[in-house]
Design a binder for this molecule. Structure first.
Ligand code: FNR
Length: 352
């Protein structure tokens, strides 16, 4: 193998070497022109830091709490689909890495290991990402399994009534395996004559009629806190608080849904302002450096979620690879805190 990666971006090349092209393209790609995909990263680079000097940084405390659960740093694992296409141990390996790093993994509804397998593989705090299906009875069954298996929150993804147009998947005729959470409930091996079968699958099962009223339905079937993932505007942020969500994830789905949405970091402040501290705001999209974590927190996020780099770490080196990715981001974030004169994740009296 080439030399050990020294930053998270270097895992991407290792993943490319490890994976069949169809799967690498699936993990990497964005929608259509992939303009937002580039912007998610580029917008971070346009933000500069204003360090404060002569602050005692001999002790740095990165820890924070999310919905009352303490984590070692404000860096969590975003829900991403089908980890067994990256590594045979799939989401179980990712969950163990999250536990080892003392952070929270959000398990995707579209995982290749079941809710139960992931729950029994480690006893860390886990959240579950949900898509609401046309077959509400199946969504309800999954939510009950999630509760029974000790997941602590539901993260409802709301930016995917249909799947974004991911052209690499169309060209590669990307095929999804049977997704194990749905075993015995519905087949996810959809036949299609052309294009990506993921698109056909989503078209067949996702509820395109989903609206704000349906948050009430979800609340009626679970007592778990519900976070809403996929908010990009102040209007929607206010609405989300109004319908009683426990948290908001500012996200454009890693630029895989609607192309030409703004980079998430460029709308974070607007959402945070509209929410006004009533619920926590989490953030994802383009986080590749500790300085990115710092920028998102400075703009008001409670924590960031990391998507692709985790999958690249998994593809490159299983559980250990995911651990390295999270550790690298934590190390960089800690250094950023020290070099910018911010030893804790709040504003110190007299520091302004
Ligand atoms: C995702 N994302 C996602 N989101 C979700 O709510 N449910 C899902 O099943 C998936 N699946 C998925 C697969 C892959 C391969 C990617 C790259 C992304 C979106 C994900 O949760 C997150 O919003 C983005 O990945 C964040 O952007 P970065 O960190 O990948 O730039």
């Amino acid at each position: 193998m080439a030399s050990e990666p020294v930053n998270v971006n270097e895992f991407q090349e290792l993943a490319r070497q490890a994976l069949p092209k169809m799967y690498y393209d699936f993990y990497t790609g964005g929608a259509e022109d992939q303009h937002t995909l580039k912007e998610n990263v580029a917008a971070f680079r346009r933000i500069m830091l204003r360090p404060r000097v002569l602050v005692d940084v001999s002790r740095i405390d990165m820890s924070t709490t999310i919905l009352g659960y303490k984590i070692s740093a404000p860096i969590m694992i975003a829900p991403t689909a089908m980890h067994q296409l990256a590594h045979p141990e799939g989401e179980v390996a990712t969950a163990r890495a999250a536990a080892a790093c003392n952070t929270i993994m959000i398990l995707s509804n579209m995982s290749t290991c079941t809710v139960e397998e992931v729950a029994s593989s480690c006893n860390a705090v886990r959240f579950f990402q949900l898509y609401i299906l046309k077959r509400r009875d199946i969504s309800a069954q999954i939510v009950h399994r999630v509760e029974k298996n000790g997941y602590k929150a539901i993260v409802l993804t709301v930016d995917t009534p249909r799947l974004g147009r991911r052209e690499a998947d169309i060209k590669n005729r990307m095929v999804a395996p049977q997704l194990r959470n749905f075993e015995g409930l519905l087949s996810t091996e959809v036949d299609t004559d052309e294009g990506s079968n993921l698109e056909a699958l989503a078209e067949g099962i996702f509820d395109t009629s989903l609206s704000w009223e349906d948050i009430g339905w979800l609340k009626s079937i679970t007592n778990l806190p519900i976070l809403i993932k996929g908010v990009l505007t102040q209007e929607n942020a206010r609405k989300a608080v109004e319908v009683g969500v426990a948290g908001i994830v500012v996200s454009n789905h890693g630029a895989r849904q609607l192309d030409y949405t703004p980079a998430t970091i460029s709308v974070l402040e607007e959402v945070v302002h509209a929410v006004g501290g009533r619920v926590p705001v989490l953030f994802d999209g383009g986080v590749r450096r500790g300085t990115d974590v710092f920028k998102a927190l400075a703009l008001g996020a409670q924590a960031v979620l990391v998507g692709r780099p985790v999958v690249y770490g998994l593809a490159a080196n299983g559980e250990r690879g995911v651990r390295r990715v999270i550790e690298m981001l934590k190390d960089e974030f800690e250094l950023t805190m020290a070099l910018s004169g911010c030893p804790v994740l709040r504003i110190l009296p007299g520091a302004m």
